[in-house]
Design a protein around this ligand. Structure first.
Ligand code: DAT
Ligand code: MG
Length: 139
C-alpha cells in the first residue's frame, strides 16, 4: 500500500529563534528526509495568530500564547513528505516539553520556564484539514 505525499506547516516559535535553535530544528527535519518546500522568517501580527490558534480561543493560555507568539520572529516552513503531518508531530514530541520524550525536539531542547504558556519551540499542523488551513494563512 502506498501513502500520499502530504504538506504540513511547521513553525519555529520565537523561543526557538531566540535560542538560535533554528538550524538544529531544520537539521532534524532534513535528517528525517522531509523536504523543505518553502521557508520564511515572519513577525506575525495578532490577527494572524488569532486565526492560527482559533481552536484555543477562550482557553486560559490563549492570551499568553498569542503574546508569546508576538514576542519575536518566527520561522515558517512548508514541509513535504509521505505522512509528514504525523511524522513531524512525532519528531516534535508531545506538547509539554518537561515530559516530551527524549529524542524529540521538545524533549531534548525544551523545558518549563515557569511561564503561563508552554514555550515548546515548534508548531506542527495536526491534521490534513489543519495543514491546508494553516498553510493558506502563513504562505
Ligand atoms: P500542540 O502545539 O502540541 O499542537 P496545542 O495545539 O494543544 O498543542 O496547544 C497550542 C499551544 O498552546 C502549545 O504548543 C503550547 C500552548 N499550550 C497548550 N496547552 C497548554 C497548557 N495547558 N498550558 C500552557 N500552555 C499550553
Ligand atoms: Mg496544536
Amino acid at each position: 500500500m502506498s501513502t500520499p505525499v502530504e504538506e504540513t506547516l511547521v513553525l519555529v516559535k520565537p523561543d526557538g529563534v531566540a535560542r538560535q535553535l533554528t538550524g538544529e530544528i531544520l537539521r532534524r527535519i532534513e535528517a528525517k528526509g522531509y523536504v523543505i518546500v518553502d521557508l520564511k522568517m515572519v513577525q506575525a501580527d495578532r490577527g494572524l495568530l488569532e486565526q492560527h490558534y482559533e481552536e484555543h480561543q477562550g482557553k486560559p493560555f490563549f492570551e499568553p500564547l498569542v503574546e508569546f507568539m508576538l514576542s519575536g520572529p518566527i520561522v515558517a516552513i512548508r514541509l513535504q513528505g509521505n505522512r509528514v503531518i504525523e511524522g513531524f508531530r512525532s519528531l516534535a514530541g508531545t506538547t509539554d516539553p518537561t515530559t516530551a520524550a527524549p529524542g524529540t525536539i521538545r524533549g531534548d531542547l525544551g523545558r518549563d520556564w515557569g511561564l503561563k504558556v508552554a514555550q515548546n519551540l515548534v508548531h506542527g499542523s495536526d491534521s490534513p484539514e489543519s495543514s491546508s488551513r494553516e498553510l493558506a494563512l502563513w504562505f
